[in-house]
Write a protein that binds this ligand. Sequence first.
Ligand SMILES: C[S@@+](CC[C@H](N)C(=O)[O-])C[C@H]1O[C@@H](n2cnc3c(N)ncnc32)[C@H](O)[C@@H]1O
Length: 249
Amino acid sequence: MKKYIVGFTVAIIGAVLFLINFAYSPELLATDTNYPNYYQEKAIHSRDGIGKFYLGREIAQVMGHQAMMWLERPSREIQEQPLAVVNALDLKPTDIVADIGAGTGYFSFRIASLVPKGKVLAVDIQPEMLDVIEGLKKQKQVTNIETVLGEVDNPHLLKNSIDLVLMVDAYHEFAYPREMMEKIFSSLKIGGRVILVEYRRENPLIMIKALHKMTQKQVKKEMKAVGLKWINTQDFLPQQHVMSFTKPD
Ligand SMILES: C[S@@+](CC[C@H](N)C(=O)[O-])C[C@H]1O[C@@H](n2cnc3c(N)ncnc32)[C@H](O)[C@@H]1O
């Protein structure tokens, strides 16, 4: 009896692994020319993900604008130390900064005062988020933030125009990370930087959903794929990596 139970369990585990790993159909994706083969789709996947995988990582669902108050929670000051982050960016007053996946502008506003002769382009795909930023701009009388409505595969930035791209808790939910990063790469000036702030996936004790965290190894792999060069990883935050990359000559 015991050996039947063991056999049955092995068969079930085998079937689940089969569905997870082999549900991807390259032929299906290859027939759609708008959908290059950077990605895999799997029928069985995390309920926090979109079932689409890039370089071995499942892409997380986008945080809807309905949850925007979560981005403005007071505990974030302690948990994510936004002022320490923006000070670590080492900005020049004339810098042009793109805050991609800007949400309510939590970081855009903190950066704006550091680039008085430059500007912040606050990019998001949800117009509701950009409406909040526009409202706050008026309220706070900030004139050097411009909102940009992006698309899932295009941040709509001019080529060779950006000194620094910042993505805080956002990159892991880009549905087209490869297309986004290729366009971000071409929007950077030579020597321009990309900074990603992501919760550390190496640490299972960090109480954030797995798909909303990223390992250093994975981030490096995805940035290298578009030609960005890793500069350093700073771990001064309690729970997040601050990873810097540059566009080489
Ligand atoms: C978790 S929120 C973080 C917002 C902000 N960076 C912060 O730290 O407060 C992620 C944001 O990324 C945006 N987003 C997702 N995919 C995007 C894309 N392809 N391009 C631009 N923004 C995107 C979402 O709409 C959402 O507002």
